[in-house]
Write a protein that binds this ligand. Sequence first.
Ligand SMILES: Nc1ncnc2c1ncn2[C@@H]1O[C@H](COP(=O)(O)OP(=O)(O)OP(=O)(O)O)[C@@H](O)[C@H]1O
Length: 367
Amino acid sequence: MSETDEKPARVTAGVTFAARLAFEQVSHRFVSDQVTLEDVTLAAEPGEVLCLLGPSGSGKTTLLRIAAGIETQSAGRVLLNDREIAGPNVFLPPEQRSIGLVFQDFALFPHLTILDNVRFGLTALSREEAKGEAMIALSRVGLEGYAGAYPHVLSGGEQQRVALARALAPRPAVLLMDEPFSGLDSRLKDTVRAETLAILRQSRATAIVVTHDAEEAMRLGDRIALLRAGRLVQVGTAEELYLRPADLFVAGFFSELNLFDGRMANGAADTPLGRFPAPDLADGTPVTVAVRLSGFEVGEEGQGVPARIVSRRFLGVVELLELAVEGVEEHVRARIRRSQFAPGVRDISLNVRPSDVLVFERRRESA
Ligand SMILES: Nc1ncnc2c1ncn2[C@@H]1O[C@H](COP(=O)(O)OP(=O)(O)OP(=O)(O)O)[C@@H](O)[C@H]1O
């Protein structure tokens, strides 16, 4: 069978099947008394792009390595389409898992052609078949014209696409990507991210993408799973995590916040910026009121809470104000549309948009 006969059908056929990858109560320790992951239950649904988000050291990479079979969990199971691939009595080696990996440094071999880099993992096929599959994968990322070239002639973004082609070539059911864009400069990043998403959609692979950047997770993920210190804090769509964060940590990951301490009284929290209702919290509960920097309407003096401009920083479309407000120890920060005040204006007034206020029960550590 010639590769040209097969090519069009294969390109549109994408992967053989879209799989569900599930973690069930997965825990992990590198050192016995130190939690890397604790009781993580999470599934990437067939064809979904799931972003694993969290600060450095929160366990994202370890979870990915457990899925790939290059790390073993201390407890719990990993399932691919309801088949256990890692558990107390089962351990399927990485090469039998139908899982592809893309790392942040692309890890291309400089002395191999682009084609040979992509063909590298296709050891189960004959040389000619592997070439055909590698060419299909390269055409999926739009780089078939570079098959005979070496990696150094490609830009960072193109090298990332080769790495993606290499991971897609064996038609994995699930693709795992660890900070795949962090090696790219910020101008390239947006384009490569959009291209990658389009390729993932076309290939229909289920993908788990690790990132520590909330905006990247919002741009890429159908859903986002946020980890902190090895524990899953919240899973949901970008809207859910942004609009209804489970706690202050989640809120702070998605927005810059001004924080005020208060106490519930008559169904609302009192702050120097106003009273904010929180019907679910009992009166007397100590609370932290979080106001997004973008959550202010500003006006001339006398139209709201009085504030004095301490500094203004021009940021292009917006400007960042630092404001002194009576009753607030630290400066209040506000991100407003630029040029709303003439130079030299000092006294203004503030109104807070209720949709940009979040009230949380105050935890002991932040009390
Ligand atoms: N081989 C190892 N031996 C011991 N501890 C490790 C090892 N690898 C990672 N750790 C620790 O495990 C924790 C989780 O690491 P992991 O790399 O999974 O986090 P991460 O969220 O991916 O972080 P980053 O974004 O910095 O890569 C960290 O505290 C890290 O220091």
